[in-house]
Design a protein around this ligand. Structure first.
Ligand code: ADP
Ligand code: MG
Length: 321
């Protein structure tokens, strides 16, 4: 199979999107945004042995490559629309590529994303997706919009992916049933697109949790020039995971592990009911885990009633840290 066979056979037969003026096959794609909308752009790269292990199932790899990008668009409160995929592949293995593409287009279709271009070169296994989303003009959920007194909320459960990864890396032991539940989150995160759009006009600042909850909250604090208090025991988790891990480890994986692809966001306290309704409408559980303060720093304590500060060995993942 040649590069062009691959493009024709696997990439070009997608569902029509009336906003795609020109799709895969020309020098560049053309899309037409809807009137009154802003476009938002993001890009995320996945490298072998950094973001995935050699030998990962192509279905899982494709899912994660696209899901982490969709998650960035979700965190802006936008609707994901178009993606470009650049791939370095050591060879064109047709069976592997078919499985990869089936999973990629499965996820793309669930969220109404059209693949409109990319690049394919021979090389070490690497993927980069550029994704474009659309949202009502001027309404994006930016990191710089948190206000002192805001509640801090997080979606879903945190720390499962990091626990699975640490188990694979032999840093902790998990019973197989718990490991499998955690591994599913590591391999196939589900981006919180519906929630992101449901909290537009209600939430102040938002971001997705990719590199560790504490570090990612830290980005909101720095951009908004505020501080925060987080109650560790309020952070939503898998109860059996919390029961089986030593507390130190559970805290580290939950507060600083990363790879969760949940949304963390802030909102005024008088919007609590509106937020819970938005969460229900989007079928996504949310939990209040702290508040924005004027201290200029992040303070993680055990609970609302036990203000003992927790010292984390690291706040999250940093490629150059
Ligand atoms: P060019 O030489 O202009 O870069 P290519 O021959 O690389 O064009 O690609 C032909 C078409 O196929 C282009 O529309 C490009 O966007 C698309 N394409 C190539 N690789 C991929 C890929 N991995 N995913 C999606 N589209 C791709
Ligand atoms: Mg090219």
């Amino acid at each position: 199979m040649t590069e062009f066979d691959f493009i024709r056979k696997y990439l070009q037969n997608q569902q029509q999107d009336h906003q795609v003026v020109l799709g895969i096959g020309d020098d560049a794609a053309i899309v037409r945004p809807q009137a009154g909308c802003d476009l938002c752009f993001s890009s995320d790269m996945l490298l072998k042995n950094k973001h995935f292990f050699e030998g990962v199932a192509p279905e899982d790899l494709a899912w994660k490559v696209l899901a982490v990008n969709i998650s960035d668009i979700a965190a802006m409160g936008a609707k994901p629309k178009w993606a470009l995929l650049s791939a370095g592949l050591p060879e064109l293995d047709e069976d592997w590529l078919r499985r990869f593409c089936n999973s990629l287009f499965d996820l793309a279709q669930r969220f109404g994303v059209t693949l409109i271009g990319g690049d394919t070169t021979r090389g070490d296994l690497v993927f980069n997706v550029t994704i474009i989303g659309e949202l009502p003009q001027g309404q994006a959920l930016q990191r710089d919009a948190a206000k002192v007194g805001d509640d801090i909320w997080v979606s879903g459960k945190i720390g499962l992916a990091a626990s699975a990864l640490n188990c694979v890396l032999k840093q902790c032991d998990l019973p197989s049933e718990i490991f499998q539940q955690c591994e599913a989150e590591l391999l196939r995160p589900m981006p919180r697109v519906a929630l992101g759009q449901a909290i537009l006009n209600v939430a102040h600042a938002a971001q997705d949790v990719s590199d560790g909850l504490a570090q990612d909250i830290g980005h909101i604090l720095a951009a908004s020039n505020v501080g925060a208090e987080i109650w560790a025991d309020e952070v939503p988790t898998l109860p059996s995971l919390k029961a089986v891990l030593p507390r130190e480890q559970w805290l580290q994986y939950t507060l600083a592990g990363g790879d969760d692809y949940e949304l963390v966001f802030t909102a005024p306290h008088n919007y609590r009911e509106a937020l819970l309704a938005a969460a229900q409408k989007s079928d996504t559980p949310i939990t209040r885990i702290g508040k924005i303060t004027d201290t200029g720093r992040l303070k993680v304590v055990n609970s609302v009633s036990d203000g003992t500060e927790i010292a984390l060995t690291s706040l999250g993942f940093d490629h150059f840290g």
